[in-house]
Design a protein around this ligand. Structure first.
Ligand SMILES: *[C@@H]1O[C@H](CO)[C@@H](O)[C@H](O)[C@H]1NC(C)=O
Ligand SMILES: *[C@@H]1O[C@H](CO)[C@@H](O)[C@H](O)[C@H]1NC(C)=O
Ligand SMILES: *[C@@H]1O[C@H](CO)[C@@H](O)[C@H](O)[C@H]1NC(C)=O
Ligand SMILES: *[C@@H]1O[C@H](CO)[C@@H](O)[C@H](O)[C@H]1NC(C)=O
Ligand SMILES: *[C@@H]1O[C@H](CO)[C@@H](O)[C@H](O)[C@H]1NC(C)=O
Ligand SMILES: *[C@@H]1O[C@H](CO)[C@@H](O)[C@H](O)[C@H]1NC(C)=O
Ligand SMILES: *[C@@H]1O[C@H](CO)[C@@H](O)[C@H](O)[C@H]1NC(C)=O
Length: 399
């Protein structure tokens, strides 16, 4: 006991000095841009979900290339778009050709995703998303980085999970710049019940910085979205082109601790980032109408002056001239942290051991013994902090 206490004190002093400088090093694990972008993804022509998706046909890679829906433009940027040449007038079941991409590699906890784009699809009836999802939904969770519809101008962030007790405490309002849009009492509930379709919206935080979606995003020259998923929780940032932190796109190891408050922050105290999520498939698509853009009340919010309903827009190809992604790059960095919940039993007594041993399996990322040691300490530090903040929140709830 006494030696454990001394170890604890020594480690916490060391941990706080490391945390306050730079405890975690990120190493590039996927760098997808230009022609190489397409090596990182498969086109899923069978991603059909009649309850969710609208008036679309997702194409195979060869069909999308032949139809000029996916290509690299003369500036080296990746274009992914909806067909805006086919006239569907007179066909009552007309569905427009578009794309649904899923990454070949799974993203693990301890990852930082950075996405730099000049244009996000928009327009009445258009529903784009950049998100990650587990291989089993919703049991392995979903993280929505970019998702909005129609002529909205502010992005929405959300989580969708299958486990119970995954929420965003409304107390994070002071730790994020975005606004919680799905508050219910003192939480925003991230748990979905797939059999009943309850709470499919998840726990939504809405961006408050301007031009995070729509024509304004494109006219300012685009910007960058970032998502950090580690044992402390899930954080997401949006930066307009003129406000991108200097280490993004330039540094071999960007440092999110220097970027300021995130737009959306889902701390581990509300939702366990190890057990609510499995390894994630990065997903990029453009849908039309369906269970979000096509909902009459949602459609009317920004498009009531354009058309009486969503589906009436689909046959006219000129409605889709802005329905395209223009992507500079998508990068994934890892911090070498592995899933400590999967090794041995959980519990405070053994967690420091599993945190330390987890760095042993991270040899693929950083070879530096300094960063491996920093990671081990950070893992222990995280374990000590999480129960404290959880019980502190519990006390606040009682008061
Ligand atoms: C395509 O999506 C469907 C439906 O979501 C899924 O069942 C299937 O596994 C996916 N195919 C590939 C190749 O990922
Ligand atoms: C594909 O579309 C782009 C812009 O939409 C255009 O510049 C290009 O010429 C088209 N390529 C082909 C082969 O049609
Ligand atoms: C919010 O930020 C404060 C001050 O940095 C910190 O003490 C607290 O732990 C944070 N809370 C959450 C839930 O992240
Ligand atoms: C969150 O939503 C799920 C699904 O509707 C429900 O089962 C659960 O009880 C809710 N949790 C809270 C704390 O309200
Ligand atoms: C972490 O491990 C737990 C327990 O085995 C598992 O349920 C979860 O899916 C894993 N999460 C990740 C991100 O690998
Ligand atoms: C949508 O609007 C069109 C044009 O007014 C109308 O013909 C069609 O019946 C409407 N569809 C639905 C599903 O309400
Ligand atoms: C389709 O959209 C692209 C990209 O916005 C645009 O360059 C092109 O002119 C449009 N095609 C037609 C036939 O309008």
């Amino acid at each position: 006991m006494p030696s454990g206490t001394r170890l604890f004190l020594g480690l916490s002093i060391l941990a706080s000095s490391l945390v306050s400088t730079k405890a975690v090093t990120y190493t590039l694990s996927q760098d997808l841009s230009g022609d190489k972008f397409f090596d990182g993804f498969k086109f899923n022509e069978s991603a059909i979900d009649s309850n969710n998706f609208g008036n679309v046909h997702f194409l195979s890679q060869s069909a999308a290339q032949a139809a000029n829906l996916s290509f690299v433009d003369s500036n080296g940027r990746v274009i992914l778009k909806v067909d805006n040449t086919t006239n569907g007038a007179g066909d009552p079941s007309f569905g427009r050709n578009t794309i649904y991409l899923e990454s070949n590699e799974l993203m693990n906890i301890g990852s930082l995703l950075i996405f730099d784009a000049n244009h996000i699809p928009f327009g009445c009836s258009v529903w784009p998303s950049l998100f990650t999802q587990g291989q089993v939904w919703p049991q392995q969770g979903e993280i929505d980085v970019i998702e909005q519809v129609n002529l909205a101008t502010e992005n929405r962030y959300s989580l969708h999970v299958g486990v119970d007790n995954c929420n965003q405490p409304i107390s994070v309002a002071s730790n994020q710049t975005g606004t919680i849009s799905t508050a219910n009492g003192d939480i925003s509930n991230c748990t979905v019940t797939p059999t009943t379709g309850q709470n499919t919206v998840g726990c939504v935080t809405t961006e408050t910085k301007s031009n995070s979606f729509g024509s304004g995003f494109a006219s300012q020259g685009g910007g960058v979205y970032a998502m950090l998923w580690d044992e402390s929780g899930i954080a997401m940032w949006y930066f307009a082109r003129g406000s991108v932190p200097s280490d993004i796109g330039t540094s071999a190891s960007p440092d999110p601790t220097t970027w300021g408050e995130a737009s959306a922050w889902y701390p581990a105290s509300g939702c366990n980032p190890s057990t609510a999520f499995g390894p994630q498939i990065i997903t990029l698509y453009i849908d039309i109408c369906g269970a979000f853009a096509g909902v009459d009340s949602v459609f009317a919010q920004t498009c009531s002056s354009v058309a009486p309903n969503c589906t009436s827009l689909v046959p006219d190809p000129s409605n889709y001239d802005n329905a395209y992604w223009e992507i500079n790059y998508l990068r994934v960095y890892t911090n070498g942290q592995s899933n400590s919940s999967s090794s041995s039993a959980s519990g405070s007594g053994t967690s420091s051991g599993s945190g330390a041993s987890s760095t042993g399996s991270s040899s693929s990322s950083s070879g530096s013994s300094n960063s491996a040691f920093a990671l081990a300490v950070t893992s222990i530090w995280d374990y000590l902090l999480i129960p404290v903040s959880a019980s502190f929140l519990g006390m606040l709830a009682i008061l």
